[in-house]
Design a binder for this molecule. Structure first.
Ligand code: DAH
Length: 343
């Protein structure tokens, strides 16, 4: 019996030493298994208990329990220590240095065309205009026929058209929306239609895709002076209080009379012969406008003796270029970050 008890005691003493020396958690776990596990040294020793006498057994059992308890509490204490050490190491390794300057964030911005469109929409909505859009692939009918440009009309040549199939074109003008607006509702009408339009054209001031904003106002007694007042309000809001407008007679099949409209140069006010924005002329052309042709009113089922209206089509890209002093229209559609990041 003494030999069994001394074996147990010496296992205990050795294990406590080992536990004390263990430097990491896996090693510690290894000791636990090799001593207390099913096939551990303590269990192996206790297998000899069968050959001990009934009086000896409780003493051996008590000795074994004592060693087991000591080993277990030593294991527990050591585990806590090692875990704390491991955590400390991890924290030190993963430490974030909050004093290091962060990487520069590149924030996106709205495209100058979008910015300009939004400003324009905002200005006209203060006059009561509602937004209405139409399809970019448009029927020949809405794009030309319904706005008084029959098939053999020379005005079709002004707008080199992309044809999409029988009776379908990429719309060359947002004017195509006018008939859609009038068909859909009775007057009074006050709609604003921004959107992309397409023409076979490509140079510093023309792009095959560009943007227009159509306006249409139909009501009783709408006069040319209402058109002028509306455009003057718009010009002052977007280019500044001092802006003036000038109407030059022009021909558009869907209006009578028709006009091309210039705004005074917001940069030099016409005072600088070398001005880069207006090239010294003092004026910038930005839109076409006029009084809605009676034919269009009739086509919509309105009585031209009862109602009248005005329409305008503004070049959004022109406005954006003027506002931002952009020299070449094509820059706006090239997608070059160096250009876009300036806005
Ligand atoms: N649609 C014309 C163009 O693309 C612009 C225009 C002129 C629109 C006169 C109008 C207008 O509504 O009345 O050149």
């Amino acid at each position: 019996m003494d030999s069994l008890i001394s074996k147990i005691t010496s296992i205990g003493a050795q294990t406590l030493k080992d536990i004390d020396a263990a430097s990491d958690l896996p090693t510690l776990e290894g000791f636990r298994v090799s001593v207390l596990g099913k096939k551990g040294s303590l269990s192996e020793v206790l297998k000899g208990l069968g050959s001990a006498s009934p009086e000896e057994r409780p003493k051996i059992g008590a000795a074994a329990n004592e060693v087991k308890a000591k080993v277990e509490s030593a294991l527990e204490a050591k585990r806590e220590k090692l875990e704390a050490k491991e955590l400390e190491g991890k924290l030190a390794k993963e430490r974030i240095d909050v004093s290091i300057p962060s990487r520069k964030l590149h924030r996106g911005a709205l495209h100058p065309i979008t910015q300009t469109t939004r400003r324009m929409v905002d200005i006209f909505s203060r006059l009561g205009f509602d937004l209405m859009t139409g399809p970019e692939i448009e029927t020949d009918y809405f794009c030309f026929e319904a706005v008084n440009i029959p098939a053999d009309h020379p005005a079709r040549d002004q707008q080199d058209t992309f044809f999409m199939g029988p009776g379908l074109v990429l719309r060359t003008q947002t004017t195509a929306i006018q008939t859609r607006a009038m068909r859909g509702q009775k007057w009074p009408i006050r709609v604003l239609s921004p959107g992309a339009v397409y023409r076979k054209d490509n140079d510093a001031t023309h792009s095959p895709m560009f943007h227009q904003m159509e306006g249409l106002w139909i009501d009783k007694d709408v006069k040319m002076s209402d058109l002028k007042g509306t455009l003057e309000f718009f010009a002052r809001e977007i280019f500044g209080e001092a802006t003036k407008i000038r109407l030059r007679p022009s021909y558009f099949s869907f209006v009578e009379p028709g006009a091309e409209v210039d705004v005074s140069c917001f940069k030099c006010g016409g005072k600088d012969a070398g001005c880069k924005v207006c090239k010294g002329s003092g004026w910038l052309e930005i839109l076409g406008a006029g009084m809605v042709h009676p034919k269009l009113l009739e086509l919509a089922g309105y009585d031209p003796k009862e109602v009248s209206g005005f329409a305008f089509g503004i070049g959004i890209d022109r406005v954006a270029m003027i506002l931002n002093e952009i020299p070449d229209l094509r820059l706006m559609f090239a997608g070059d970050q160096r250009f876009l990041s300036q806005f």
